[in-house]
Ligand binder design. Structure first.
Ligand code: PEP
Length: 250
């Protein structure tokens, strides 16, 4: 399926000096990685992360961006600003942005547009709340989020989109989806992509699982046919655990 990508989402953790330290610890541990490795850091850590990853294959991601190029948008960061710095990736639509900061499917779609126009690669997060899973509407929710976010995204641009399936009930809770649950929804997302584009394009997209993935459960999740990597929160702050997950992505 898609190429394996393991991305850390550091959330609101680490100062620039701490980011340098953490990346220095991660670097030798993932030097032989056969998958792509990304660290998603707070805005203020981006330069430190770019400096610390220089000369390595580790990519750097921001955790959000705005869709306008410039203007009176106090507190926002434009996708172009990230690109000019040398940032390659941006995480968009994370459930914490949707739940705590008012992101909607419509604003996520605008952010995706802005990021792709700026030349960034997007890690697009989708996933259902527990109530939605219990109602049996996981498929509908995830399909809708995917379709809205990709509205207007061309097949060529899709090559710069990674999708992270992150059931909200599994994020930061220690509750992981079973490998079968993760694979079922990742496969469903791939079917949505086949309908929107075609089978070849859909197969080339990296579809990650995220939600309490850790050193102990990564191998089983990553062995599933439609799981092409992971978006890792808590465990990405622990160099050995993160490296174990990277090593499991073969
Ligand atoms: C995340 O933040 O995207 C995430 C999956 O977090 P955690 O691994 O801590 O559940």
């Amino acid at each position: 399926m898609g190429k394996y990508v393991i991305a850390g989402n550091w959330k609101m953790n680490k100062t620039p000096a701490e980011a340098t330290e953490l990346i220095s610890a991660i670097k030798p541990l993932v030097a032989d990685a056969t998958c792509d490795v990304i660290v998603g850091v707070p805005f203020v850590d981006l330069q430190a992360a770019l400096d610390a990853t220089k000369g390595t294959k580790i990519g750097v991601a921001a955790q959000n961006c705005y869709w306008e190029k410039s203007g009176a948008f106090t507190g926002e960061i434009a996708a172009d600003m990230l690109r000019v710095m040398g940032v390659g990736y941006v995480i968009l639509g994370h459930s914490e942005r949707r739940t705590f900061f008012g992101d909607t499917d419509a604003t996520v779609a605008k952010r995706v547009r802005g990021a792709l126009d700026a030349g960034l690669t997007v890690i697009l997060c989708v996933g259902e709340y527990l109530e939605q899973r219990e109602l049996g509407i996981t498929g509908e929710v995830v399909a809708m989020q995917t379709k809205i976010a990709l509205n207007g995204v061309s097949e060529e641009e899709l090559a710069r989109v990674i999708i992270a399936y992150e059931p909200v009930w599994a994020i930061g809770t220690g509750k992981t989806a079973t490998a079968e649950q993760a694979n079922e929804v990742c496969a469903l997302i791939r079917n949505v992509l086949t309908d929107l584009y075609n089978e070849t394009a859909a197969k080339a997209v990296t579809i990650q699982y995220g939600g309490s993935m850790n050193a102990a459960n990564a191998a089983e999740l990553l062995a599933m046919s439609d799981v092409d990597g992971g978006l890792i929160g808590g465990a990405s702050l622990k160099p050995n655990d993160f490296a174990t997950i990277v090593a499991a992505a073969k």
